[in-house]
Structures are given as C-alpha cells and as structure tokens.
Design a protein around this ligand. Structure first.
Ligand code: ATP
Length: 366
C-alpha cells in the first residue's frame, strides 16, 4: 500500500482542514494509507506522535472548519540539511515516500528542495549507519504534491488559493459593520487588510464593499501626489451626498518610490478634508471562522486531485502544484509557480509596476 503524508505549513487559512480531510478520504478510497504530519515540517523532523496515521473518522466534521487541526508551524530545522535528514529518516521508518503539502510558496519551495535532495539524503543516512541499504531500497523516489493554502491569494499560476474567499468574506462582514456606524456619524474609516505583498484581498474588498479608494502594492500611486488624488476622489463622493468614506489599505501598500503607505498617513490626509476619521486594522479576524462554500469545494477537489497526482507520478514528472484555472482543477509545475510568484516581488522591487500587475493578471482579472 502506498503511504502518503499530508501536512499544512506556513500561515493557516480556512479550508486547510477540508483539504486534509479530502486527502485522507481520497487516500483511503484509492487504497492508500495516509499519515498526518503535525505542526508543518516539525512533524517530519521530530517524528514520534507528530507523524501518525489518520483514518476516515479522524477527519469527521473537518469540512467546514477554519484554521488547521493538524497544526502548522514555521520550522527552522527543516531549512537546514540536518533537519531534512531527520525528516527523511522518519519517513523511511514509516514507509512513507509521498508528501502532500498545503502551504504557501515557502512551504512548496522546501518540499521541492527535499525531493531534489532525497536520494542523497538516503545515501547519507546509510553511510552514517542510521538506516541500512535494505531499509531505504524500496523508497528511492520521493513524490511531492503541493496545494496552495493562503488567505492572501498570492500564488502565481492559480486563480485562487484555499482560504482567500473565506478571508474576503470576513473582511466584507467587518466593513459592512463599520459602514453602518460610519454612515450614522458621517465618518471616514481607513480599513487595513492583510495580503502581505499581494493586493488581491484589498482590491476585492474594495469592489465588494464599494470603497471610495483602495491602495494595493501592484499599482502604487505617485509618491508626489497620492494624498491629493485620494482626497479629490473622496471629496467628490461626499459632494454627491455620500455620508461615509471608506478607504481600504493593503498591508503591503506602497507608493511608486516604494515607500510604505500606512493607514495613519491615509487617516491624516482624510483629516485634512475635515473628516472625523478612524483607523481599523482588521488583524487576525481575517484568518478566522469557518471556510466559505467555495473554499470547501476548492479544498475538496484539490485534495482528491492531489492523491491522484501522487498515484500517477513518475520519477520524471516535475512536482505538481494542484491549482485552479478558469474553474478547472489543473496540475502546474510547482517550481514554475513559485518562480513566477517571486517574479512579482522582483518586478515591484525594480519599480516595474506594469510587469507586476501583468504577472498578477490572472488574479486580478476576476
Ligand atoms: P505563508 O505564505 O502563509 O507565509 P509559506 O509556506 O510561504 O506560507 P514560510 O514561512 O515561507 O511560509 O515557510 C513555511 C516553512 O516551510 C518554513 O518554516 C520551513 O520549515 C519551510 N521552508 C520554507 N522555505 C524553505 C526552504 N527554502 N528550504 C527548506 N524549507 C523551507
């Protein structure tokens, strides 16, 4: 029987539990044994109770849950070869040679590195006497499959990441709450949302909540006059009778000189208009709560596909990342997706905002 380990790694996101559930149950359906790797890569490195079988009943009720019940962590040891050696040993001892990782680009990079080193890790374990050549012989090839779990929707080559729509839903609920009080008092609110270097949550929240103005990293406004531009737009809306002002600021917002645009700066500009202005940084409520229907669906479809990808993989297949493009579940070479994701950050860094926006296009086209 094929033995597959499944883990969640990096920042948590709603739908990760649904993804694990799908892997466990599809694995059982396809006659595999599935192991839960707890606490991200720490489960591989430490083994013991952090790397143990999951059966059908273990994931009962997980479909709708937020967060991840097998835990997630940032594991420094796995960044070092010594940690990865320990991980390889723990896997071989349990007869596991396939790993499904649900995480962000860092987690998927780590997984691919692990695969590329795998045979040499095994050789080293044999040389040092930690394992015998008989023990490692059946497990010479490691299969890696990635799924993207992230509220930020910041991975290239896939339209949606697991958790992004749940987070967007939370943001919309919160902005709706803020809107009622803002309109009552005729106030302005600056709402800071997550997304790290990606503006998807901010731009989508702006559209879905009817914000006056949105700041995103991929389309930075001019350092010289963004304050005046924003004030002009907000003022125009007020003159037309709007009783509230809502400006959404992505946490990674910058101007075209790469200076951060902070919520406080935005607030100060709105105060100059004479508006009674408050800042609300939504914070971790954006990661919380149950997964919305779309994330449950995405996680389930991708989890099943990830197990199929493990069973179909050959030593020559590049590690796939299971993604979604135009409503179809697809396999994308994991390395390429990570490369393109890094290219967006690099384009912003060299102030080539047109390229950054284009590279994010698939995401923003919605
Ligand atoms: P998020 O986007 O939510 O932050 P992420 O997967 O990008 O998720 P990271 O903190 O970058 O989050 O990575 C999670 C874990 O993956 C790290 O703590 C580490 O254990 C492993 N990892 C990341 N990059 C590497 C790498 N280059 N080599 C080995 N392991 C890595």
């Amino acid at each position: 029987k094929k033995r597959i380990a499944v883990m969640t790694s990096g920042g948590d996101s709603p739908g990760m539990c649904a993804a694990v559930r799908a892997v466990v149950r599809a694995g059982i359906y396809f006659d595999c044994e599935v192991f839960g790797c707890y606490e991200g890569y720490s489960g591989l490195v430490q083994g013991g109770d952090l790397l143990k079988p999951l059966v059908w009943e273990d994931v009962r009720g997980w479909l709708s849950l937020g967060g991840t019940l097998i835990g997630t962590a940032r594991c420094q040891e796995f960044r070092e070869r010594a940690g990865r050696l320990q991980g390889a040993k723990n896997m071989v001892l349990r007869g596991i040679d396939a790993l499904i990782v649900c995480g962000g680009d860092g987690s998927l990079t780590g997984a691919d590195l692990f695969r590329s080193e795998w045979p040499s890790l095994l050789d080293e374990l044999v040389e040092s006497g930690e394992l015998t050549s008989e023990q490692v012989a059946p497990y010479r090839t490691l299969t890696i499959v990635g799924m993207v779990g992230s509220i930020d929707n910041d991975m290239a080559m896939t339209d949606n990441t697991i958790g992004a729509y749940s987070s967007l839903e939370r943001i919309c609920e919160m902005v709706d709450y803020i809107d009622t009080t803002a309109a009552s008092h005729s106030r302005a609110f600056v709402v800071e949302v997550m997304g790290r270097h990606c503006g998807w949550l901010a731009i989508m929240a702006g559209v879905c909540c009817g914000a006056d103005y949105v700041f995103v990293p991929e389309q930075p406004p001019s350092a010289a006059n963004w304050r005046e531009e924003m004030k002009k737009v907000c003022l125009r809306h007020r003159e037309r009778g709007r009783r509230k002002t809502t400006v959404i600021v992505a946490e990674g917002a910058i101007d075209d000189e790469l200076n951060p645009i902070t919520s406080e700066q935005v607030k100060d500009s709105l105060v100059e208009l004479g508006l009674d202005t408050r800042v609300t940084t939504l914070g971790h409520v954006q990661r919380g709560g149950t997964a919305v229907a779309f994330d449950r669906l995405l996680a389930t479809m991708q989890g099943v596909e990830a197990v199929k990808a493990v069973l179909e993989s050959t030593p020559d297949t590049p590690s796939p990342m299971i993604g979604i493009q135009e409503n179809k579940v697809v396999h994308i070479p994991l390395v390429e997706a990570v490369k393109q994701t890094k290219a967006v950050a690099a384009a912003i860094e060299r102030k080539d905002f047109e390229a950054a926006f284009k590279l994010r296009d698939a995401v923003f086209q919605e």
